[in-house]
Ligand binder design. Structure first.
Ligand code: C2E
Ligand code: CA
Ligand code: CA
Length: 866
């Protein structure tokens, strides 16, 4: 085939030589003074690519084909193309002309200039060679020539290229060419300048915010810049004129590069991971393709590279064209911006392709369509990024405001809770918790001094309540409180402190009808006359609606150290003193052990308890804990029961405090641990996940026996530590905080669950409780009792639950006696529930039966709509 063609050229050449035809003259392009230069040329396809100028110059006329408009596209072809045109000066002066092949990507271009049948110039150029030397310092393929008046010159051009064979020929008057080139240059530098500034802005934003999005965008724009600069030949001319190979690779690399970073940017900007996972997968697939292409681009054959580039560009553009609307449809603002930005670029690309294919006419717009499109895109996306920055800042500010508000309301809640736990709701006076805490503090600080706890009880309060109603009796209590505070203020020996808000505390409201104070006996000396006067004043009736209300107060007192060494004991004994004071005499009953009917029996009771423990006469009852979420029973609490041969059932509340005081408690706890673990092992036969809670007292924490007893019991019964919960009351944990904390930490490390019992019944410092390694908090029954009838109780419980949960505790409510309270607490977010409403404490065999019944039918009835 090739041989045939070569032969035919040879024949043609021989025929030409034989016929002695001179250099063929095409119809010349006439250059007249007035009219524009109308370019046309003839071409001949040299399929062998080997024809030489001397052969081509004498080719017979019929081999040449005419291109009337001066511009032709031959696609990708291995052939060499020969162009031929003649120029004739029809003016009366010398003309300096420039012939331009306006496509900078042509690899190999050789101009041959003939005048009067003789070759006067030969110029080799094309981007397959080093940029220089050129006739004109410009990326297009240019030939300069000058024509004398009436002179005709003929130009042959040989073009060979691996890319598209696009040959837009144009002949210029020299001045017109330079003017146009200067104008073009201005446009380009405006475009490159704008894009460059946008790149810098995005890089700066990236550096300050460290958001990848802006980096991707800057890199994508850089890809565009490189692409345009390469395709227009600018980068070749200005950056690496001596490296044609690099020039070819730069173009190949810029296409997948800009695509890859555009895709990365698109993914971040549209947040497709969230907004459209399917689109996200497609984008990732496309990215993988572009990445592979990018890595292989430097090694690809130019031809294959260009084909891949067209394919990838087509895919990439269509994909990003639908990406915006997809996300827009999902209701995202960024989708709208993206669609808006990507459309002009797509139009630009279509217009450029249309121009190259000859579908659209040559015009300023079609020629610069891609630059205009990409410029608009960059502008709109920059607006979108600015919008995004603005919104993010707004969001951050409002989030900050919200968290500030939350912190404030948490503080208020914490304050309210502390206030509620330490003050009486009616009189606003500090309550029993506060009094006990204050006395304990005082006894610790100055144990060598002598004190007296004084108590006053409005003994007719019940009666007043019944006859005058709650509102009036509350009014009376407030009056009494005010009067007491006033009287106490006049007595310098009444101990006073200030709370953390600076309020002075002298008189405490112990319970409904009972007030108390602490007297510093050393300060008072032996003179109690002022106190007695004050007490008499207190006994005077109070006037309400012209009615003198008799209060009948009764007074009791107990002294430290004689009558007790702890706040609780002193209060209790002041009560005993009050009971034995003669009625109606306004006299203060001072405690005396000989009147204390409880006292004698205490010792015998403890002896009996020791015996009962030794002889295994005690019993354990179990009360189930229900998980409010699942309705399942997740654990049981072990509660000790004692049936005394003579006294009958003895209440734990009566013997546990005694056992603690006398130290019998360690023995009791040891027994409970042994019994509870063996019962638990038994329960595990059917319900492996059940845990048992054991009540631990402060005394237990102080001895090292506890851990050993626990470990041993686990071992004996084959149990894991986490199956045991140790319930410790907040007051017990507060007795010797440092020591308790240490002991509890050791136990928690071992895997035992720690639970804070009776939360809300004492004055505990939350900041201390927070340090304990507890995972559970049990709200005391006294807190919960009234939530269905008192709004303030309800608020306090809500606050306590919220706070406990925010500190990470599992919240247990105990002492639930009715469904209404249970419903309310579930709604407030409690985790576990315990109480008579669910089940009273039961001996082990009854518990087993109950569990069975519960699982079959009881669960529906007792599990709050689950
Ligand atoms: P606690 O640890 O707060 O135990 C809960 C108490 O509330 C139990 O009283 C239980 O029977 C009772 N209870 C449960 N549900 C309800 C309800 O719905 N309404 C009412 N009114 N009460 C309910 P119990 O058994 O009389 O125990 C009293 C306290 O004695 C316990 O309070 C605990 O501090 C102590 N205690 C009981 N057993 C032991 C023990 O084995 N060791 C130690 N150290 N203390 C124990
Ligand atoms: Ca308990
Ligand atoms: Ca409790």
């Amino acid at each position: 085939m090739h041989l045939n063609r070569a032969l035919s050229i040879l024949v043609a050449v021989i025929v030409a030589c034989l016929s002695l035809r001179a250099l063929a003259q095409p119809d010349p392009i006439a250059i007249t003074p007035a009219a524009d230069i109308q370019t046309h040329f003839q071409f001949w396809e040299d399929t062998s690519g080997h024809a030489l100028i001397d052969q081509v110059a004498v080719l017979p006329e019929e081999h040449w084909s005419l291109v009337g408009n001066g511009s032709a596209t031959f696609g990708i072809t291995p052939s060499a193309y020969w162009l031929r045109f003649a120029l004739r000066n029809q003016t009366s002066f010398n003309l300096n002309l420039i012939a331009e092949l306006g496509y900078s990507q042509l690899d190999d271009v050789v101009f041959y200039l003939y005048a009067d049948g003789a070759r006067i110039k030969e110029l080799k150029t094309g981007d397959g060679r080093p940029f220089y030397p050129r006739d004109v310092d410009h990326p297009s393929m240019l030939l300069r020539l000058s024509l004398a008046p009436e002179e005709t010159q003929t130009v042959f051009v040989r073009v060979a290229t691996a890319g598209s064979m696009i040959v837009p020929l144009r002949v210029w008057r020299e001045q017109a060419f330079f003017e146009s080139a200067a104008y073009e240059l201005k446009l380009h530098f405006f475009y490159y300048g704008c894009i460059f500034v946008i790149i810098l802005i995005n890089l700066a934003v990236y550096l300050s915010l460290r958001e990848k999005l802006y980096l991707y965008y800057a890199l994508a724009l850089f890809g565009y810049l490189l692409f345009f600069a390469s395709i227009k030949g600018f980068s070749f001319q200005h950056l690496y004129p001596q490296a044609p190979l690099l020039h070819a690779k730069a173009l190949l690399v810029s296409i997948p590069g800009l695509a890859l970073f555009s895709l990365l940017f698109c993914r971040e900007f549209l947040n497709t991971r969230v907004n459209s996972p399917r689109l996200d997968k497609v984008l990732i697939g496309m990215m993988v393709f572009e990445l592979l292409y990018l890595c292989s681009a430097p090694f690809l054959d130019y031809h294959l590279g260009i084909q891949l580039a067209s394919f990838s560009a087509l895919l990439f553009f269509s994909l990003l064209l639908v990406a915006g609307p997809v996300v827009w449809m999902a209701g995202e603002r960024s989708g709208a911006f993206f669609t808006l930005a990507w459309s002009p670029l797509t139009i630009g690309v279509l217009a450029t392709a249309g121009r190259a294919l000859g579908v659209f006419p040559e015009s300023f717009f079609t020629e610069h369509a891609m630059q205009i499109g990409s410029g608009l895109e960059a502008f709109i996306l920059t607006l979108a990024l600015a919008d995004r920055l603005y919104r993010e800042r707004e969001d951050k500010i409002s989030a900050q405001a919200a968290s500030l508000k939350e912190a404030q309301s948490r503080n208020i809640a914490q304050h309210l809770l502390t206030e509620a736990l330490t003050h009486d709701p009616v009189t606003g006076l500090p309550n029993r918790n506060r009094f006990e805490w204050m006395v304990e503090q005082q006894l610790q600080q100055a144990p060598e001094r002598r004190y007296m706890v004084g108590l006053a009880r409005i003994s007719r309060l019940d009666e007043i309540n019944r006859t005058l109603g709650l509102a009036r009796s509350e009014w009376i209590m407030k009056r009494v409180a005010e009067q007491m505070v006033e009287l106490a203020a006049a007595l310098p020996f009444v101990h006073s402190i200030r709370d953390d808000q600076g309020r002075e505390e002298r008189v405490y409201h112990l319970s409904g009808d009972c007030f108390c104070l602490l007297v510093d006996v050393d300060k008072a000396g032996s003179d109690f006359s002022a106190l007695n006067i004050a007490l008499r004043r207190l006994a005077e009736p109070i006037w309400l609606d012209h009615l003198a209300i008799e209060l009948h107060p009764r007074f009791g007192a107990a002294s430290y150290p004689e009558h007790g060494r702890s706040a609780a004991e002193l209060i209790r004994n002041a009560h005993v003193g009050m009971e034995i004071a003669p009625r109606g005499g306004n006299e203060t009953g001072v405690y005396s052990p000989k009147y204390d009917i409880y006292n004698e029996s205490r010792l015998t009771l403890m002896a009996d308890l020791r015996n009962a423990l030794q002889q295994n006469q005690m019993m354990l009852y179990y009360q189930p804990k229900q998980d409010l979420e699942s309705g399942q029973i997740v654990g049981v609490e072990a509660l000790i029961r004692w049936h005394h041969a003579e006294r009958g059932w003895v209440n734990p509340a009566d013997f546990i405090p005694l056992a603690e005081e006398t130290g019998v408690i360690t023995q009791l706890t040891r027994w409970v641990i042994g019994q509870a673990t063996s019962d638990l092992a038994d329960l595990h036969n059917e319900r492996q996940r059940l845990s048992v809670a054991i009540n631990i007292s402060a005394r237990d924490l102080e001895s090292s026996e506890l851990k050993d007893a626990l470990d041993l019991a686990l071992q004996d019964n084959g149990l894991q530590a986490h199956a045991l919960t140790l319930e410790i009351t907040e007051t017990a944990a507060m007795r010797d905080p440092a020591r308790s904390l240490k002991a509890l930490n050791v136990l928690a490390e071992q895997g035992y669950q720690i639970s804070i019992d009776d939360f809300g019944s004492g004055y505990s410092s939350l900041s201390y409780l927070k340090q304990l390694p507890a995972s559970e908090l049990k709200l005391d029954r006294s807190l919960i009792e009234d939530i269905c009838i008192s709004e303030s109780a309800d608020v306090i419980v809500s606050t306590a639950i919220q706070m406990a949960r925010s500190l990470g505790y599992r919240v247990v409510v105990e002492g639930i006696e009715d469904a209404e309270t249970a419903e309310r607490l579930k709604a407030k977010g409690c985790d576990l529930l315990q109480g008579f409403w669910l089940c009273k404490p039961k001996p082990i065999h009854e518990l087993k039966q109950w569990l069975k019944d519960y699982e079959t039918d009881g669960r529906a009835a007792r599990s709050l709509g689950l």
